[in-house]
Design a protein around this ligand. Structure first.
Ligand code: GCB
Length: 727
């Protein structure tokens, strides 16, 4: 048998590149999991420590007759392992498990040093993306003690066992392959049946037939089988599930032959104050929140997540999109790293029944054009996935401005787009238009909606929420629209809200917070479920509930206020100060108008469910609810525009058609480009983007340019346009 010893305790840590020759003095004592960026990776400014740090630990030789391996389940990003001064291993990639054999180097007393580096380079992904690249030994570290004859542990961090269930009609054909460090008999057991096979060249394979298998049927019935294998004195096992996945250009996703629209969320793993150094407790809590809204799928973005989380997805029936951090910017020197991260992802995650596809890349053209090198990198990854796994398709998430006829859209088996119309750019309705155009043009292509979202800071509240105000209310309006958009398009094979949780993006400083992407339905510390959380719960969860929106919008200056209620019940009544004022039937979203006089107790009731809050009339709008500097473009709403002349309310297309206004706007856009850097560079000359922008009003485009364009500039631009008469 094997023994797994937790090696999380008694480490010493320092930011140094020197490998010490003896136990260092004065280093910080730490317990794993640990990241050195828990604080500075979340405070904005993008100046968090990215470099090399060292973890050291002494330990006596384990009392064990066989072989001893060190297991690191997550070391970000590049790692070198030294035992008693000798370099034993080098690993590139911060999200996968890797193991190294220590046996021959063990002494009576040992000094283990692990150098971990999350520094800048041009090889190891990710280097550019909208999240913090925490450094550290941020997942568990173990010693694995096995007999001399044992299952393989080192190659690509393999679990040593690969289970392939193929379901056809009422049967499942299950192939179990194992790898070991020698040949001999391997005894394999699947669902009460045991077979002994002989291994050849270190590999064994056994076949099983399950009649009428109990299917793994998503959230409804995620039934798991176990396969186990014994070789000499070593034993391993893996859970697996019997199910079929299909992806159809018209019907979307099918689970076990039935239409099963994948509707869910994306997850980044990190958390406020902890960074990525999580324990099982946090993984469980995240899963409970995702289950609460009734999602049936999770995109585990943008890298390999902890095995514990894929296990939870298996257990609770979440269909998973798994991916590697080949993201934002293609690096010509990074090809080898994309390959090794993909090899490890598939090797380590293959057995999970929850995983339905392998994601090759995310928004890889966000900061540069499609190149032949990029295309080749994708072909290599795609072929690799197919070689390693004949059961799952590949996919990728395209940035909205990738032209739909670009060859890159065909690099993976099935496609998906990240669209942010109605948030960064454009109007909500452009999401519908995008997919309708796409589906009409390419009815044979399988297409999904891999990201959509809007930032919300729960501090910001408004009686008239609007795009760009970071209010909790606008996030609701946005998602109400998006839910309908998605429901009306059943051909979308999956949709994933970006994001279930706020997460650290140290480069950000916006929406009243530094270092955070606030598109989560739940806050970064997991303590507040934003109102939009309950919208999804109303749409997807069967557990009866009623929720009053706007409880954080307690001080209201308006005389009549809107009370919005989310519920999955068909009827909701509203009580003000214990008096029922209205009952409404509807679907998910119920709105009421309430007159305000003083302080009021509001209660919503749906069946046996109730929710209460207190709101009050105040004289003046509560300034703390408003984002400072957030309304620089409010004067737009002024209505002293001469309709016979051009103005910023005209679409970009209209303005560019007239030579005089075209020249004025063209000059302004040039200046804006100069100050917007990468994204503008990628956007310039992008036909798809230009087409979309042509249909948008200049006013709306300017709002989205944010602080890059000053209010005075907009004012003088509008004044110039107003001098030119429309013919
Ligand atoms: C994207 C990226 C994701 C970002 C997100 C955003 O398209 O794929 O990593 O966090 O947009 O919020 O801007």
């Amino acid at each position: 048998m094997r023994e797994i010893i937790s090696f999380n305790e008694s480490w010493f840590f320092a930011k140094t590149t020197e490998v010490p020759s003896g136990m260092p003095q004065g280093w910080e004592a730490v317990t794993l999991p640990h990241t050195w960026n828990a604080a500075d990776g979340q405070d904005g400014g993008n100046d968090y420590f990215r470099g090399t740090a060292m973890y050291c630990k002494t330990f006596p030789r384990p009392e064990w007759d066989g072989c001893v391996f060190l297991e690191l389940k997550g070391a970000a990003m590049t790692t070198d392992v030294y035992l008693n001064g000798k370099h034993l291993a080098h690993h590139e990639g911060g999200y996968s498990t890797f193991r190294v054999e220590l046996t021959k180097e063990l002494r009576e007393e040992n000094l283990l040093c692990i150098a971990v580096d999350n520094g800048v380079n041009d090889r190891v992904y990710p280097q550019k993306a909208d999240f913090t690249f925490y450094g550290g030994l941020y997942r568990d570290v173990n010693l694995i003690c096995v007999p001399i004859q044992h299952f393989e542990l080192v190659k690509d961090g393999t679990p040593g066992i690969k289970v392939t269930p193929v379901v056809k009609d009422d049967k499942a054909f299950v192939t179990v392959e194992t790898w070991q460090n020698g040949d001999g008999e391997v005894t394999v057991t699947v669902a009460d049946e045991t077979k002994t096979v002989l291994s050849k060249d270190g590999c064994a394979s056994a076949e099983f037939l399950l009649e009428n298998p109990h299917l793994w049927d998503g959230v409804n019935d995620p039934y798991l089988y176990t396969a186990s294998a014994v070789f000499q004195g070593d034993e391993i096992s893996a859970c697996f599930g019997c199910r079929t996945f299909a992806f159809d250009a018209q019907k979307g996703f099918l689970l076990n032959g039935k239409e099963y629209p994948l509707r869910g969320v994306s997850r980044h793993q990190d958390r406020k104050g902890m960074g990525n150094a999580l324990t099982m407790r946090e993984h469980r809590e995240d899963m409970e929140l995702i289950r609460e809204i009734g999602a049936n799928t999770v995109r585990l973005a943008h890298y390999q997540h902890a095995q514990e989380f894929y296990d939870l997805c298996d257990r609770y029936g979440m269909v998973v999109w798994a991916e590697i951090p080949y993201i934002t910017q293609h690096m010509p020197n990074g090809r080898e790293n994309t390959v090794s991260q993909m090899r490890e992802l598939i090797t380590q995650c293959y057995n999970h029944p929850c995983i339905c596809c392998w994601g090759l890349s995310n928004e890889i053209t966000a900061s540069g054009a499609v190149t032949e090198d990029m295309m080749e990198n994708h072909r290599i990854l795609n072929d690799l996935c197919h070689r390693m796994d004949v059961t799952r398709p590949t996919t990728m998430a395209h940035v909205f401005m990738l032209e739909t006829d670009s060859p890159l859209t065909q690099a993976a088996d099935i496609g998906s787009y990240n669209l942010y119309f109605g948030w960064y750019l454009g109007e909500l309705e452009q999401n519908e238009k995008f997919f309708d155009d796409y589906h009409a043009k390419y009815p044979e292509r399988v297409i999904g909606f891999s990201e959509y979202g809007a930032d919300a800071n729960v501090q910001f509240q408004s009686s008239a929420p609007e795009k760009g105000d970071y209010s909790e209310g606008y996030q609701c309006i946005y998602h109400e629209h998006m839910l309908q958009c998605i429901e009306k398009r059943p051909y979308l094979w999956a949709s994933h809200v970006w994001n279930m949780f706020d997460f650290a993006a140290d480069g950000r400083d916006e929406g009243g917070k530094k270092g955070e992407n606030q598109k989560g339905l739940v806050t970064f510390d997991r303590t507040i479920k934003k109102d939009a959380f309950y919208l999804y719960k109303a749409a997807w969860s069967k557990e009866p509930f009623v929720h009053l929106c706007g409880r954080r919008y307690a001080n209201r200056a308006e005389e009549k206020t809107e009370i919005k209620v989310y519920s999955n019940q068909k009827e909701v009544s509203l009580f003000v100060d214990n008096r029922e004022i209205a009952a409404k039937s509807g679907n998910r979203v119920f709105t009421f108008e309430v007159e305000l006089f003083g302080e009021h107790e509001i209660m919503a009731k749906a069946g046996a469910c109730t929710d209460c809050m207190t709101i009050r009339k105040v004289e003046k709008a509560d300034e703390s609810y408003r984002m400072m500097g957030g309304d620089v473009v409010n004067w737009f709403e002024a209505d002293d525009f001469d309709p016979n002349c051009f103005s910023i309310r005209d679409t970009l297309g209209t303005l560019m058609k007239n030579p005089t206004t075209g020249a004025i706007v063209g000059k302004m856009m040039q200046a804006a480009r100069a100050s917007r850097g990468d994204v503008a560079e990628a956007a310039a000359g992008n036909a798809n983007l230009e087409k979309m922008m042509a249909g948008m009003s200049l006013q709306s485009l300017l709002k989205q340019a944010g602080p890059a364009i000053k209010p005075e500039q907009i004012q003088s631009l509008n004044a110039a346009l107003q001098k030119i008469r429309k013919s």
